[in-house]
Ligand binder design. Structure first.
Ligand SMILES: NC(=O)c1ccc[n+]([C@@H]2O[C@H](COP(=O)([O-])OP(=O)(O)OC[C@H]3O[C@@H](n4cnc5c(N)ncnc54)[C@H](O)[C@@H]3O)[C@@H](O)[C@H]2O)c1
Length: 379
């Protein structure tokens, strides 16, 4: 295995998920390129050093520009907050680095387009961490749809529900609550949660043509996490939209952080002419399947435990009946991307694919403002 040196920016939740994936992928998948944890970049040197020690990075940087300038780094992985994605990705591409970036791609479609142009102009391999595509049950759903088993698709239904911002005491901005500050996050639940649902939907069911959205900010003012001052809340707390796909199917999407009782209820259901499928992140190793072609007396929803060797990715893990989880979606992403790099092929979601998602979220936010159905720009 030829080494491929990774320099990662960000030491938070996704910094851990990505690093775990870089470490596990070559143990479980026969990769031709081996990720080497060369350097991690964090603004606080002590935190970055502790992170490097715990996870096995060889060195530490406190300025991402220094990381990008290093000749011994082949791949820049952006696991930092949304406000710095564009600047880092564009600089990395200009320096000829392979780039992996967290979602949403940019703060807005203009920034995302500049990122796409930078990686395409530089001709560097690129990928965005929309990891749910690589939950084996979701990949199985893709295979079932592509094989035509559902027939014509009529409906797509998706939601992503959380409940962690209901209290007016939750502040905005700062290290733990940057998602409530539009100047760091870009938008609220539309770019954060719905973006995941949209990426999965575009992958499974093709492009979206038009949307009609509505958003709400339930708590209008919150304390700033750093200064304690009361400021207007600039993000959308909840977002829902209707959509028409190019294949003629109709869709509903909903995301909120105000659904009491739900922590990360990320689901989709697809209804086709012959069959329906449903998936739920809380039970991510199961795919629900209803087939109208079954013998009528036995017809009903089946709960497929996606753990057999013939299921996507599972022949690389344990034994039938034993499930894998959230972190493995990231391992699969590294395995697929590093395989594509070695073979000189392209695997999604690319930056351009993620721009497509940003065009949908942008159309939803704009429709919510105007109250009009809005056409979605195509990437
Ligand atoms: N794919 C997923 O399932 C998923 C889940 C959560 C978050 N995300 C995305 O991942 C990214 C990070 O989210 P998180 O949950 O890890 O956040 P986090 O708050 O846990 O970590 C963010 C990190 O970025 C660092 N950072 C910010 N600006 C920096 C800079 N200029 N230089 C170096 N480091 C900098 C912070 O110090 C922190 O370590 C976001 O874009 C988010 O939308 C994706």
């Amino acid at each position: 295995m030829k080494p491929l040196n990774v320099g990662m920016v960000g030491t938070g939740l996704m910094g851990r998920a990505h690093t775990n994936a870089f470490r596990q992928a070559p143990q479980f998948f026969p990769l031709q390129r081996r990720p080497v944890l060369k350097a991690v970049c964090g603004r606080d040197v002590q935190k970055a050093q502790a992170f490097a020690e715990n996870w096995g990075y060889e060195s530490v940087e406190t300025d991402w520009k220094a990381l990008v300038a290093r000749p011994d780094i082949d791949l820049i992985d952006i696991a930092a907050t949304n406000d710095v994605h564009a600047e880092i990705a564009i600089a990395a591409a200009k320096a000829g680095k392979i780039v992996m970036c967290e979602k949403p791609l940019g703060m807005n479609p203009e920034a995302s387009l500049r990122m796409v142009e930078a990686v395409e102009k530089a001709g560097v391999a690129n990928m965005v961490w929309y990891n749910y595509r690589r939950a084996p049950a979701v990949t199985l759903a893709k295979q079932l749809i592509d094989s035509g088993k559902l027939g014509r698709i009529f409906h797509y239904r998706a939601k992503f529900l959380q409940d962690w911002t209901i209290s007016a005491e939750v502040p905005q901005g700062g290290a733990g609550t940057w998602r409530l500050d539009a100047s760091v996050a870009g938008s609220g639940v539309t770019g954060d949660l719905l973006a995941h649902c949209i990426d999965t939907a575009l992958w499974l069911n093709g492009s979206i043509e038009t949307v009609s959205g509505m958003t709400e900010t339930f708590i209008k003012q919150r304390k700033d996490a750093d200064s304690g001052e009361l400021h207007e809340v600039t993000i959308d707390d909840a977002s829902a939209f209707l959509a028409r796909f190019s294949n003629g199917s109709l869709a509903t999407f909903e995301a909120t952080r105000y659904a009491r009782g739900h922590k990360a209820l990320n689901t989709f259901e697809i209804n086709g002419e012959h069959a329906s499928i449903a998936w739920d992140l809380h039970d991510l190793h199961r795919l629900q399947w209803f087939d109208h072609r079954d013998e009528s007396a036995l017809r009903g929803w089946r709960s497929i435990h996606v753990s057999e060797g013939e299921h996507p990715y599972l022949d690389h893990w344990w034994i039938p009946g034993v499930q894998i989880g959230f972190e493995h979606t990231f391992v699969h992403q590294v395995a697929d991307f590093f395989t594509a790099i070695a073979e000189g092929t392209v695997v999604g979601p690319t930056f351009r694919d993620a721009l497509g998602t940003d065009y949908v979220t942008d159309a939803v936010l704009s429709s919510a403002k105007t109250g009009q159905w809005t056409k979605v720009k195509q990437a």
